[in-house]
Design a protein around this ligand. Structure first.
Ligand SMILES: CCCCCCCCCC(=O)SCCNC(=O)CCNC(=O)[C@H](O)C(C)(C)COP(=O)(O)OP(=O)(O)OC[C@H]1O[C@@H](n2cnc3c(N)ncnc32)[C@H](O)[C@@H]1OP(=O)(O)O
Length: 261
């Protein structure tokens, strides 16, 4: 277990900002790899089951607004320079998988001081990322994240499926919190390496209709020692309608924190 976590976070171990913001956050097919975060992203599939699927690519459930915004940011991941090969653009897409740890043999399990083990083999083999655990396309969270290293921004484009209902016909507040945590948490991870959410403050301004696509834009407010402060807004796809505002605090952690050490 400890070895698996170590592998997972290996690329995060020298996350100093702004060095990490020099990251080239490219899809798994990209060959240009320089920074700790990108190494981690690219290493992730090998820590999964044999056939990792990148869920942040378009599928048949994506509506026109989801596709339009995806294409808008995707087109800025590479730029044409006259007479030269395509170059990296200001935005980079973050790939997204549904597992963070592969099955680990019993010998790898971490024995806690209490005498228990960190995770049973069964739980490890069945564990799935919360936002990617419903396999029916379009039923729950459809999303893709892009980061902009120069502007220190991250955007999430989310299409909200019918299984996210809270108030009739509208998205559950916990699902909105999940979307916000996903965008701001990924942003903080890009900036600072392994982090956990310490505090999330949410103001729900207007209900989000089920099936709607929303844009979640997060910005770095400040970094202080182990603390990364991020704020974000959830809006309609043209940015005019404000649905939700939030601020979040992330604390950098070591792998031993996750093991209860
Ligand atoms: C590729 C990956 C993409 C991931 C995307 C998804 C992201 C999802 C992220 C999550 O959902 S994480 C799960 C939800 N979060 C948790 O379960 C965290 C549970 N809490 C903890 O594990 C610990 O409380 C925590 C790591 C947050 C902090 O414990 P520490 O022991 O490391 O910190 P400590 O208590 O020593 O405090 C350090 C500093 O932070 C401050 N602090 C800690 N918790 C705080 C808090 N809640 N609010 C404000 N300040 C806080 C604390 O006052 C102190 O400030 P000073 O250094 O200035 O004195």
């Amino acid at each position: 277990m400890a070895r698996s976590l170590g592998r997972l976070f290996k690329g995060f171990q020298s996350p100093a900002f702004p060095k990490a913001m020099g990251a080239e956050l490219c899809p798994a097919t990209c060959v240009s790899v320089r920074t700790p975060f990108v190494r981690t992203i690219l290493a992730l599939p090998s820590a999964f089951s044999s056939k990792p699927q990148d869920f942040s690519l378009p599928n048949s459930s994506w509506g026109p607004e989801m596709l339009r915004l995806y294409n808008h940011y995707k087109s800025q991941c590479e730029v044409e320079v006259e007479g030269e090969e395509k170059q990296e653009g200001p935005w980079q897409r973050l790939p997204s998988y549904n597992r963070s740890l592969k099955f680990t043999p019993a010998a790898d399990l971490c024995v806690l001081p209490s005498g228990g083990v960190y995770l049973s083999k069964t739980i490890q083999s069945k564990a799935r990322l919360f936002t990617r655990n419903i396999t029916d396309p379009g039923a729950a969270f459809e999303y893709v994240l892009f980061v902009n290293k120069e502007k220190q921004k991250c955007v999430g484009i989310f299409q909200t499926g019918h299984l996210l209902e809270g108030p009739p016909g509208h998205v559950h507040g916990g699902a909105i919190a999940t979307m916000i945590d996903t965008v701001t948490g990924s942003h903080a991870t890009v900036l600072s390496g392994p982090v956990m959410t310490a505090n999330l403050n949410i103001n729900y301004r207007s209900p989000i209709q089920l099936g709607h696509t929303v844009l979640i834009e997060s910005s770095l407010d400040k970094m202080e020692s182990r603390k990364t402060f991020i704020s974000c807004k959830v809006t309609g796809t043209d940015g005019s309608k404000l649905y939700t505002e939030a601020t979040a605090l992330f604390l950098s952690i070591s792998v031993s924190h996750l093991l209860g050490g």
